[in-house]
Design a protein around this ligand. Structure first.
Ligand code: GLU
Length: 459
């Protein structure tokens, strides 16, 4: 069997939409799965929309997602050029071929593709004029995802506009033929174009590729398809928000494809091994940010601490929480105890800022809860006096100390947690209590408790 050749053929618009990224990914996975080639072809014939910057967004996004292409811009290949705008001579040669087989004619300055079939003239109520209809055999497509699709084409169509520009359908097909594409995996929005494409392949005497139209991605709420204005619709957003590319890639796989056992988190090798066209769903996929956020958290927690810190540090830095002087050990010991609770790097500054600054905010809802009943300040004072005498601030020693304190007061140790946590962090939740005190250390813990006691009791 011929070697699999698939392509991702974006028209650069300045955005890398999640739907396009998913199309790129499915093509990439299929190429890697079948040991074939993945080709990046830039469909840049609409000059008005195609800028250097638009291309950069796309290429950066592809690289970020780890979707390397075997042929295309920058990597080259034997089937180039890989910019559609540079393939004009090839397109012209294929116009000539159509002319040779008498499937092309000129009308109103444009070049038309002639369908085969029985012709007759009818009055078109909508356009208010007589038009030629063709009674042609239905075009039948065995789509690898949609199954059998049948459509009767009934009108010739333009392939080169009066302006001299060839239309999308024609150049798309010619490029697929001349690049030896074996499988066209693309969004379902192109399904309606496919009969025209099939007719062109047939007329040019080229074997049709296998078509696989992948389902749309619907926005998280409501019936519509994700548009670039929806949150989460652009790959740039995930890059900016410090998502892990591996998590985004894993999530994109699940948008319209699923392995038979419904597993979700899968390593790249496993995805490559299991990905196949028959696992692509027919039904539309729905974008679910929570699922992506959870996957991101799972991927984050798997990183070695050093790697995690290397990724987190710039995020903390940009939030003004650490600077170049902050010792790496300090950063790592905070991250070590916080990472289990944080699914997104962008949430870290808000979660862990009080480890790095003394002017942390006091949450008023937490405050209300803490001071609702009993005498929390008296408890806090007791904690203070006990910790003052403690030199070993390891988690075990702290645990023992709170156990002793609680026992002598006839309460449970966690009775002391809320007010203590509130005093040293300004909030109600956070990492493990003893780990938090250990990382803050004796001096800061006592300093913060003393400050709260002083402000509240004036003592
Ligand atoms: N340039 C087209 C697009 O971005 C390509 C369609 C196709 O994959 O054939 O939608």
């Amino acid at each position: 069997m011929a070697m699999t050749r698939v392509r991702f053929a974006p028209s650069p618009t300045g955005f890398f939409h999640i739907g396009s990224a998913r199309t790129a990914l499915f093509n990439w996975l299929y190429a890697r799965h079948s040991g074939g080639s993945f080709i990046l072809r830039i469909e840049d014939t609409d000059a008005a929309r195609n800028t250097e910057q638009a291309l950069t967004v796309l290429i950066d996004g592809m690289r970020w997602l780890g979707l390397d292409w075997d042929e295309g811009p920058e990597s080259g290949g034997e089937y180039g050029p890989y910019f559609q705008s540079e393939r004009r001579a090839i397109h012209d040669a294929y116009i000539d071929r159509l002319r040779e087989v008498d499937r092309i004619y000129e009308k109103d300055g444009a070049l038309w593709f002639r369908l085969e079939g029985e012709r007759h003239t009818v009055y078109d109520d909508f356009r208010k004029k007589e038009v030629e209809k063709v009674r042609s055999a239905p075009i039948v497509i065995e789509d690898a995802v949609r199954g059998r699709v049948e459509k009767e084409l009934d009108e010739d169509f333009v392939i080169v506009r009066a302006s001299g520009d060839p239309v999308f359908h024609f150049v798309n097909v010619v490029d697929d033929i001349t690049m030896g594409i074996t499988h066209v995996i693309r969004g379902e929005d192109h399904l309606s174009n496919t009969p025209k494409h099939a007719a062109l392949f047939d007329a040019l005497g080229a074997p049709r590729p296998v078509f696989a139209h992948i389902p749309l991605i619907l926005k998280s709420d409501g019936p519509g398809k994700m548009s670039k204005r929806d949150r989460g619709a652009l790959i740039e957003e995930y890059q900016r928000r410090h998502f892990l590319p591996a998590a985004v890639r894993n999530y994109l796989c699940l948008l319209g494809w699923s392995p038979k056992d419904d597993r979700e988190k899968m390593a790249p090798e496993e995805l490559i091994e299991r990905f196949d066209l028959d696992g692509i769903n027919r039904g539309n996929a729905r974008f679910d940010e929570q699922k992506l956020v959870h996957l991101n958290g799972a991927y984050l927690r798997e990183l070695p601490l050093e790697t995690y810190a290397w990724m987190a540090r710039p995020v903390l830095h940009d939030a003004g929480i650490v600077d170049d002087e902050t010792p790496e050990d300090d950063v790592q010991s905070v991250l070590e105890i916080c990472r289990g609770k944080v699914n997104l790097l962008e949430d870290l500054p808000g979660y862990a800022d009080y480890f790095f600054r003394d002017d942390y905010a006091f949450d008023s809802a937490a405050e209300k809860r803490v001071f609702k009943k009993g005498d929390p300040l008296a408890d806090l004072e007791r904690v203070y006096r006990t910790l003052e005498k403690l030199d070993d601030f390891s988690a075990e020693s702290l645990e023992r100390t709170f156990a002793g304190l609680a026992e002598s007061a006839g309460v449970k140790p966690f009775a002391y947690f809320p007010v203590t946590r509130f005093a040293v962090s300004g909030r109600a939740g956070g990492p493990d209590f003893y780990a938090m005190l250990r990382v803050l250390g004796k001096e800061r813990t006592l300093g913060r408790i003393r400050r709260v006691l002083k402000e509240r009791k004036g003592s």
